[in-house]
Design a protein around this ligand. Structure first.
Ligand code: HEC
Ligand code: HEC
Length: 428
């Protein structure tokens, strides 16, 4: 089905006049089954959401009490961190991946988390597949989504939140299970600043049927997941208004960009109202770079021995993409124009990729590009669709319209930093 769409995109490309562009767009949007999105119903357990909100901003979740989830998923940075590659918790190193925005991940159709989908939830059988093979039933029984299960892992990642052994009791734990138990223990003893309340009280309010001694890391993760699901919804883009029938919501240039997006096959992978496809992994030939010595990032190819998916990454949603630069799993491209130029001629993009001096000097470590000929041709050969390998050769005006569409039409005014009323976190 997904691959079928890859070949179907070559829709009649008649030249389009301003007067009839709306009817042409309507036809094509119907054909590709792009429907408007509504916000989700408000969740009933408010105490759980409030607990999740606290935890999302809680530095005590990190071994050295120096970083919270929000540091890397910040409302002032489009729910990302504005960096090509995220910083380690001590700020002295860099991770190998770009921090993704976390919009709309609680909606149906998001069973995979992370760029390589290494956290997965199969709802029909209620099974979790994660990097932790021994996730106990007490923990999995509490969680209801991939989004919740994801939250378990930054806490036990040395680079993201845990810190190095010798630095704190969580990093000294011998297993993930033990580290999670110590985090829960720490939280239960933790007072919440300025509120005269402790987490034990919040746990009791959020999970009234569970005695506090039975609270485990699953309860922590589930509260975070529920909070993220509700808080980080984004349905206010002009694009969504347009889908709902307001033809004034987009400018002519943005409409032409939407047309390019469909006619040139972007829609084959970036599908539906979120212009993404959580269950679809692909390679679009993104050049590789990272901290020296550079290790190739095989993405999906490293999970479950799926070697036939070497260099594949998840197809991200493009909503709010104007707010979340830099782009791709490794932040290889600084601007949307760079992304468009890449798609226009992937071969050339891989051949000529370099890391700018400004980026290099902004990083705490030395970086390198994987640019030996063998790696470059491997990346190029991994590109899934012939029409992408051949190069889209977009014209200047196609590029301009596409950029206008991506940059402006997909941006939800509620998430533009200038409009944000969210308090800044204590750290960073
Ligand atoms: C040091 C920065 C950092 C911190 C702290 C951090 N994250 Fe992330 N987050 C990332 C990066 C980088 C990725 C992508 C990693 C990957 O795909 O391998 C990511 C991925 C995610 C994803 C998956 C998004 C998607 O579309 O697949 C979610 C959800 C998320 N983080 C939530 C959280 C939560 C909740 C916390 C706190 C418990 C947290 N993050 C802490 C950097 C961070
Ligand atoms: C074959 C499927 C496929 C097609 C066709 C495709 N994309 Fe993508 N797109 C992806 C995947 C997969 C990624 C993530 C790649 C990575 O990080 O290595 C991505 C990433 C992106 C990103 C970066 C998003 C972010 O948050 O970092 C943008 C922007 C984008 N694509 C726009 C487009 C446009 C515009 C087109 C058409 C010219 C297009 N895509 C065609 C699969 C596709």
């Amino acid at each position: 089905m997904k691959l079928l769409l890859l070949t179907l995109f070559a829709f009649a490309q008649a030249s389009v006049h301003a007067e009839d562009i709306d009817s042409v767009l309507k036809q094509k949007l119907d054909f590709f089954r792009v429907y408007p999105m509504e916000s989700m119903p408000v969740q009933e357990n408010r105490a759980q959401i409030e607990l999740g909100r606290r935890l999302f901003m809680e530095p005590a979740l990190s071994g050295n009490r120096n970083i919270s989830c929000m540091a890397c998923h910040h409302p002032m940075k489009g729910m990302s961190d504005g960096l090509p590659l995220s910083r380690t918790e001590d700020r002295k190193g860099i991770l190998k991946r770009n921090s993704p925005a976390v919009f709309n991940l609680g909606r149906p159709g998001h069973p995979f988390m992370f760029w390589d989908g290494r956290v997965h939830f199969e709802a029909s059988t209620k099974t979790f597949t994660t990097p932790e093979k021994n996730l106990s039933k007490e923990i999995t029984d509490v969680m209801t989504s991939a989004l919740s299960a994801q939250a378990l892992f930054p806490m036990v990642s040395m680079e993201e939140m845990k810190g190095k052994s010798g630095e704190n009791e969580i990093a000294d734990a011998k297993s993930n299970q033990e580290a999670w138990e110590r985090i829960v223990q720490r939280l239960k003893n933790e007072k919440i600043e300025g509120r005269g309340k402790s987490y034990s009280e919040l746990f009791l309010q959020a999970y009234p049927e569970t005695p506090v001694q039975k609270i485990n890391i699953g309860h922590v993760a589930e509260a975070i997941g529920r909070f993220e699901s509700e808080q980080f919804q984004s349905t206010g883009s002009p694009f969504n208004q347009y889908l709902k029938g307001n033809t004034e919501a987009l400018t002519l240039s943005q409409k032409k960009g939407l047309l390019v997006f469909m006619d040139r096959g972007c829609i084959a992978c970036h599908q539906g109202s979120e212009l993404g496809l959580n269950t679809f992994f692909a390679s679009v030939g993104v050049p590789q770079w990272g901290a020296k010595p550079m290790q190739k990032d095989l993405g999906r190819g490293d999970i479950n021995n799926e070697t036939f998916r070497k260099l594949f990454f998840r197809t991200p949603s493009l909503l709010n993409v104007g707010l979340t630069a830099p782009y791709m799993h490794n932040g290889a491209f600084a601007t949307l124009r760079d992304v468009i130029n890449h798609y226009s001629n992937i071969k050339n993009s891989i051949e000529t990729f370099s890391v700018s001096e400004t980026t290099r000097t902004s990083l705490p470590v030395e970086v390198e590009v994987l640019n030996d000929q063998g790696s470059k041709s491997e990346i190029f050969r991994s590109v899934v669709a012939p029409f992408l390998r051949n190069g889209l050769n977009l014209s200047e005006s196609e590029k301009n319209h596409l950029e206008a569409f991506l940059k402006e039409a997909l941006t939800d005014p509620n998430w533009v930093p200038a409009n944000s009323l969210v308090e800044r976190p204590k750290n960073h």
